[in-house]
Design a protein. Structure first.
Length: 385
């Protein structure tokens, strides 16, 4: 069997990494970037900080700050119009996964014609994506999706009426300025939700079907960092060690899940498009239920995770280790202030059949260690409700 492994992202990591913005823009030939962000990042002053940094380096940025919390097709259209109107020559993505994903989709649209659904990964859309994209610099303000090092853009498209994954190595930002100082201002609730996203990426990537020992090793360490430092990051947003470790865990998860994800993500994606739930929060609530569902198919790997995350000693029996992992993840939700059920966030029983149908349309479950049916998806939603 032949396997292809790829870890090409250039990452500048550590407090103060933002100061390299001008140098990296110059290296990439960017002088008039489109700064893509959302209103929340703009309102808290982070966008202005990056604008000042860019202008101080001699750049002439143009701002597009209208990205939705769950990016929609209109965000891409609006960003493209702003890019062209401003005669931009590159993209700076600033924010969490939503802003960074939108920035990737906008740069795709600069050189690739609409409709966007032709690039849907479920339709082999990656074959239609070439390398001729404008350069992009990514600056994450959350430690969750790891989109700053990822090769996907997830956007809700009109034609598919679901969170649609657009995937290609060419979408990967040219450089990630991973500065934990940008994540210091995150409210505890956002820190918790995004951190649970990073944790879920690492856990699902390790359990995903397929052969990728590079990703497996990275996922185990990413999961250890996420579990160990998320409670600290939520309790004290100024804890720079915790912020740095969570930012690293998020990037490791994003690299690791090129191996694949699982049923948690197939269940969580419709909760964003149908019920407008925060993606990472939905992941965190669903994760223990899916691990219990998967247990018989991957108990040894659950033991590996429990040991790597320092939940239990390696000498303990496999079944005890798997139980300890699931119990600890349930405890984590309470520890970081996230509810244990979907109903407390407004999901209703009447929504579940539609959600289950859309979960089956999502490709992530195809690499789940246990095959899923629509009835399984419905039962998992019911248990998590």
């Amino acid at each position: 069997m032949i396997s292809t492994f790829s870890f090409p992202t250039r990452i500048i990591f550590g407090p103060g990494a933002v100061g390299e913005l001008g140098n990296e823009a110059g290296r990439l030939g960017i002088s008039r970037p489109l700064l893509v962000t959302d209103r929340g990042v703009a309102a808290c002053g982070l966008a202005q900080r990056i604008l000042n940094e860019a202008q101080g380096a001699g750049l002439a940025p143009v701002v597009f700050a209208d990205v939705h919390p769950n990016p929609v097709e209109e965000d891409v259209v609006g960003g493209l119009e702003t890019y062209r109107r401003g005669n931009c020559d590159g993209v700076i993505g600033l924010g969490g996964g939503s802003a960074l994903d939108a920035a990737k989709a906008i740069r795709l649209a600069v050189t690739h014609p609409f409709p966007l659904e032709q690039y849907d990964d479920q339709r082999d859309g990656s074959k239609r994506i070439g390398a001729n994209l404008p350069a992009m610099i990514a600056l994450a303000t959350t430690a969750g999706t790891g989109s700053e090092v990822g090769r996907s853009a997830v956007v809700i498209l009109k034609a598919t009426d679901r969170k649609t994954v657009i995937f290609s190595p060419h979408l990967m930002p040219n450089v990630a300025l991973a500065d934990p100082e940008l994540t210091v201002g995150m409210p505890a609730k956002i820190s918790a939700g995004t951190g649970l996203d990073a944790l879920t990426h690492n856990v699902e990537a390790y359990l995903a079907l397929g052969y990728h020992p590079f990703c497996d090793a990275m996922a185990l360490e990413g999961a250890r960092l996420a579990l160990g430092f998320l409670p600290r990051a939520v309790r004290n947003g100024q804890d720079m060690e915790a912020r740095s470790s969570m930012l690293m865990a998020a990037m490791m998860g994003a690299v690791a899940f090129q191996k694949g994800l699982g049923a948690v993500h197939s269940l969580a994606h419709p909760l964003s498009s149908v019920a407008n739930l925060h993606h990472g929060t939905a992941n965190g609530i669903l994760l223990p239920h899916v691990l219990e569902f998967n247990r018989a198919a991957c108990e040894e790997r659950l033991r590996d995770l429990a040991v790597a995350m320092k939940i239990i000693d390696s000498s303990r029996p496999i079944d005890e280790s798997a139980t300890a992992l699931i119990v600890r993840l349930r405890e984590l939700l309470a520890e970081v202030g996230v509810p244990s059920n979907l109903s407390s966030l407004g999901v209703t029983p009447g929504q579940l059949p539609l959600l289950a149908s859309k979960a089956m349309e999502d490709a992530c479950h195809q690499s789940n260690p246990r095959p899923c049916t629509e009835a399984d998806m419905l039962a998992l939603y019911q248990k998590a409700l």
